[in-house]
Design a protein around this ligand. Structure first.
Ligand code: 13P
Ligand code: ZN
Length: 273
């Protein structure tokens, strides 16, 4: 099968395009990764032309010998649907989960996203918890970023404030949201901090930078990012009106919501203000 005809490749490209259209991917901002299923690898294997092994910059032994579709470093989301073979690549990991090689894509040179350590460490944490998780998405979501300048950089504050702005939020991400303080992007240190939060959450905010979302498939992961960012937009509007909140969803109402949706909302986020 032609690589670009595979459904998982088409879905990856569409998600990148959706993110571009939301305005979350100025220039080369943001990156996307997908842990490819074994049968999907076999379906496109005839297209592979393996390159040199290179270090990932971290170690992900639980992902050894797996394949990933990832955006290229410095590549524009705007161009993913226009010239996918130049903008994205498929990589294979070695038997230790310490090196990768490109097997398809980036035809004009380049390397996978500079956030590869964060993507792979998040995918590893998620796989160990639930093998159904396959997608990690990093976007420069403007409203979430704006809030990191005015709210305390605490999981419990961001979770509660974002939950309050849209009733569906606690239903969509009942575990809450984690916050990573400002750190230098692109390396192992921020990857370790983010993947630590991903043990507890599906969403992690990078202060003054953007957000990471993890999910089972492209729709769920994009939907998660979209839901949190839209709620942040509502909060930005509310704060911009200057009057503060006259009324909001109360802790007991969150508990009723949890009951109605047969879920569980951690009490740590339902504090009295
Ligand atoms: P890349 O172009 O290397 O993916 O970097 C973009 C980005 O958003 C870094 O955080
Ligand atoms: Zn970024």
């Amino acid at each position: 099968m032609n690589f670009l005809d595979a459904a998982f490749v088409q879905d990856f490209i569409r998600m990148a395009d959706d993110g571009w259209q939301q305005g979350w991917h100025e220039r080369n901002g943001g990156n996307l990764s997908y842990r490819v299923k074994a049968e999907e690898v076999e379906a496109v294997r005839e297209n592979f032309a393996p390159g040199e092994w290179r270090p990932i910059g971290t170690s992900v032994p639980a992902l050894a010998e797996e394949y990933f579709l990832v955006t290229g470093s410095g590549k524009y989301f705007r161009n993913v649907s226009i010239k996918p073979e130049d903008s994205i690549c498929m990589i294979e990991l070695d038997e230790k989960g310490e090196n990768y090689r490109i097997v398809w894509g980036l035809v004009n040179g380049g390397r996978p996203t500079s956030e590869l350590p964060s993507h792979l460490m998040n995918l590893e944490v998620k796989k160990l918890q639930d093998p159904k998780y396959r997608v990690v998405y990093h976007a420069h979501t403007p409203n979430i970023i704006a809030l990191t300048f005015v709210l305390p950089l605490e999981d419990k504050v961001f979770t509660r404030e974002i939950w309050e702005m849209a009733t569906e939020c606690p239903v969509v991400f009942p575990q809450g949201i984690g916050v990573v303080p400002w750190m230098v992007p692109g390396g192992r240190e921020i990857a370790v901090a983010t993947s630590e939060l991903m043990k507890k959450y599906d969403l992690a905010i990078w202060a003054h930078h953007g957000m990471f979302a993890a999910g089972e498939d492209f729709d769920l992961t994009f939907g998660l990012m979209h839901t949190a960012e839209k709620s942040a937009e509502i909060l930005v509007k509310v704060l911009s009106m200057g009057a503060g909140k006259r009324q909001t969803i109360q802790p007991d109402e969150f508990r009723q919501l949890a009951k109605a949706f047969k879920g569980d909302l951690p009490e740590e986020f339902l504090y009295e203000k």
